[in-house]
Design a binder for this molecule. Sequence first.
Ligand SMILES: Cc1cc2nc3c(=O)[nH]c(=O)nc-3n(C[C@H](O)[C@H](O)[C@H](O)COP(=O)(O)OP(=O)(O)OC[C@H]3O[C@@H](n4cnc5c(N)ncnc54)[C@H](O)[C@@H]3O)c2cc1C
Length: 388
Amino acid sequence: MVSMKERKYDVAIIGAGVIGCSLAYYLTTRGINNVVLIEKEEFPGTGSTSKANGGIRAQFTTEPHVQMSLLSMRLLEEMDEEMQSQARYVKAGYLFVTARSENFKKLKELVQFQQRLGVAVELLDKSQIEAGYTYLRTDDLVGGSYGKQDGFIDPGGLTYAYYSRALARGVQFLANTRATGLLFKENRVYGVKTDKGDVLAELIVNAAGPYAAVVANWANVSLPLEPVKRNIGVTGPTPDFPNPIPMTIDLDTGLVIRREGEGCSMAWADPDEPPGFNLQFDPNFIEKIAPKMEKRFPKLMEAGINFSKCWAGLYPETPDHHAILGESGVSGFLLATGLGGHGVMHAPAVGFTLSEFIATGQSTTLDLAPFTLQRFKTGKLNIERAVL
Ligand SMILES: Cc1cc2nc3c(=O)[nH]c(=O)nc-3n(C[C@H](O)[C@H](O)[C@H](O)COP(=O)(O)OP(=O)(O)OC[C@H]3O[C@@H](n4cnc5c(N)ncnc54)[C@H](O)[C@@H]3O)c2cc1C
């Protein structure tokens, strides 16, 4: 038997979340099968990936994000039947609504921008929303937008689709193995120290999600990445709501709802949430969002809250809300992290383009320049405004 130290991999990926698993899978599609996934937990996809809301949308405010979503959607469509049934891409749409004229004006410009980039999105007036979406309060609305390619995917299913295919093609999965440092020779990283021994590889990829800044530190690389908690409240049964409903966003309050089991889930970005690794559901969350529920989704107030189903998880956040992909500045050490609140939906595109970069030295499918670590040095950041 070859010991961990004797075997040398082409690529070692730290972290088997949806990003690490997607990358492992797409590497095998390019003939790079001598790959290892190093994961501190027993199973893949139990970190942020397991906490995701499962939304997928192309309604973003920056071109790199729109392009990444469109590529992900195309890759999901092109998956074979078995992978598609695991990923469960359901085009239930994303519906943004507003009761404010100034927000509607911005939405109008945004829809034009997205349409120019090829997004299937349309502007809706008040009467269209009234006619199509009876579960929300509409009397005060000005209008909204609806993206019909948008919808949902199953975060665990997508991760498993990538993971199981990657393993079938020879990728090794080191479960319950915590990376604790990196191995250097002449300023080049050539392996990963773990609590089970050293793992040697030609290339190491940091896909540690919210922990990626800790991992990068081992190479003296400073990542502008913080773990930021997001809470998800879940109501009791909502039998009057259609199933599914689109991911529905009240632009004026920031409240986001979708169907979740027999009820609905509610997400909201709390601006007072300090960065940190705290995973406890905020006991005051429902109190904070109650006025927002009442304003736009009054029917939810009748459903009550199912506290046993509420949860919280971590966004691996960056200052401009774009991922950090590619070169780290240290030879042999790449980055695949900082996906914030869109890591599941962008995982197909990230795995596809980064594997192309690793295999060929460039990415022709999608320009990775907007996602480099170097962008933070220029000070010219292209900030994503549609952060949910
Ligand atoms: C409440 C919530 C809702 C969300 N909703 C959506 C959504 O609707 N749509 C969407 O696209 N995204 C959503 N996201 C974001 C999405 O979940 C993340 O962007 C995505 O899961 C990041 O994937 P990852 O693989 O980078 O991180 P992770 O899934 O966290 O994977 C990183 C892995 O690295 C492992 N690891 C860390 N350190 C080490 C170490 N030292 N050694 C070994 N292993 C290590 C961890 O155990 C983990 O398994 C949501 C997130 C949250 C919290």
